[in-house]
Design a protein around this ligand. Structure first.
Ligand SMILES: Cc1cc2nc3c(=O)[nH]c(=O)nc-3n(C[C@H](O)[C@H](O)[C@H](O)COP(=O)(O)O)c2cc1C
Length: 386
């Protein structure tokens, strides 16, 4: 195999896991599971295709360790033993294909109990009940919801919080047994963990609210619980909302403090997303405000954490060009590039990026059963049609 010249296609080691390159399939909910939260052939084919198409690390969608933490009736989960085997089948195939099987775990908090995006993303109501999709009561740091019009949550008691923290640990253990080698906690986008650390959504007055230290406590205890059940040899990531982008909200300096603290309890890398408090969805809020987003709009957050905290970071958000992805790594802004929607549009993005960045060795990344034919077709001068 030729030596890789780009950073995007260079390997990277975290703990005992050697990632073949820096390209990550960002977690994406598919909204196609049943109420049992069990992965189906849809999830298998959805993730398997990225593993054979040169993606270095393939993430599942967010998996709640408690059914109350589902966004919708259609989410996958990791609260039950029956969910392990179908996920193990997916993780096994990803591993066999030379990619790193990764799982994301999270809890929707006040954003639970709502419709799928394609059905409107509204809190479940009477019409949904008539369809056999009744609402359930979400949970949050306080009884007020931070998203206007959403169901008022049950305010978690200290006891509830401790039980949930244990469930994250149990979930981590199930994911280990399913064969995943990289785990990420979803602590962004206004979901439960984010809603604890943001001053906008957490007005508790006990040990889990008030000061920055108290608001960070839930995130840190979740990390500790997971580290206790997740093998030492495997890395742990936290996806944070680096800023709330709301007046008086969570700021970049707070994210630096949180990342530093997470680092002390065994978190290895920070996945830098943003926003989501006070909005149904961080992306649609910006769309509704008529704000166009810049390419790589969240890269400065990954750069800030990497340079100020000294932890590795994942950059995500409107990164669609190979040259741009490479420049982010070359400029030291991040260690990995996570891509979501562009992969829906072009599942072979990683293979095409290799072709662009390293044309001399590009075919090495393709499954040989495909490349044998395509190389020969190219030699005949019949290239793909652009
Ligand atoms: C269909 C879809 C589902 C998503 N589900 C999740 C999820 O389960 N967990 C998560 O952290 N982010 C989720 N996201 C956000 C993406 O991981 C990513 O951060 C966001 O789309 C920005 O990256 P992009 O511009 O490459 O799409 C989802 C995005 C999409 C489009």
């Amino acid at each position: 195999m030729a030596t890789r010249r780009s950073l995007l296609f260079s390997p990277y080691r975290l703990r005992e896991v050697e990632f073949p390159n820096r390209i990550i399939l960002s977690p994406m909910q598919m909204y196609v599971a049943g109420d049992d939260g069990i992965a189906t052939d849809w999830h298998y084919q959805h993730l398997a295709k990225f593993a054979v198409s040169g993606v270095g690390c393939v993430f599942t969608e967010v998996l709640p360790p408690d059914p109350v933490g589902r966004n919708t009736h259609w989410d996958l989960g990791i609260w039950d033993e029956a969910q392990v085997a179908p996920l193990a089948r997916i993780a096994g195939f990803i591993k066999e294909s030379g990619s790193i099987p990764a799982a994301q775990m999270g809890h929707a908090g006040v954003k639970a109990s709502r419709q799928r995006p394609s059905d409107g993303l509204q809190p479940l109501g009477t019409e949904d009940t008539e369809k056999g999709e009744p609402p359930w009561q979400p949970v949050g740091p306080v009884t007020a919801t931070h998203v206007q019009g959403y169901h008022p949550p049950h305010e978690l008691t200290t006891n509830d919080i401790h039980e949930l923290i244990d469930k994250f640990g149990e979930g981590a253990n199930r994911l280990d047994r399913a064969g995943f080698e990289f785990l990420e906690v979803h602590a962004a986008h206004g979901y439960l963990i984010h809603s604890f650390y943001s001053p906008i959504s957490n007005t508790r007055t006990d040990g889990y609210g008030g000061s920055l230290k108290n608001r960070m406590r839930f995130a840190l205890e979740v990390a500790e619980s997971i580290r206790g059940r997740w093998p030492e040899k495997y890395p742990l990531s936290f996806r944070i909302s680096a800023i709330d982008a709301v007046e008086g909200g969570w700021a970049l300096e707070d994210s630096a403090a949180l990342s530093t603290a997470l680092g002390t309890v065994g978190v290895d890398i920070i996945d830098c997303s943003s926003r989501g408090v006070g909005a149904a969805n961080s992306l649609t809020k910006l769309e509704k405000a008529g704000k166009s987003l810049d390419e790589g709009y969240q890269v400065p957050y990954a750069e800030f954490i990497r340079k100020n905290v000294g932890m590795p970071t994942i950059a995500v958000g409107l990164i669609t060009r190979a040259q741009h992805a490479e420049a982010i790594l070359q400029q030291g802004c991040a260690d990995f590039i996570a891509i979501a929607r562009e992969f829906l549009y072009n599942p072979h993005w990683a293979l095409h990026a290799a072709e662009e960045l390293e044309p001399e060795s590009a075919w090495e990344d393709w499954p040989p059963t495909w490349s044998w034919w395509l190389e020969r077709r190219n030699k005949l001068g019949i290239n793909r049609v652009d």
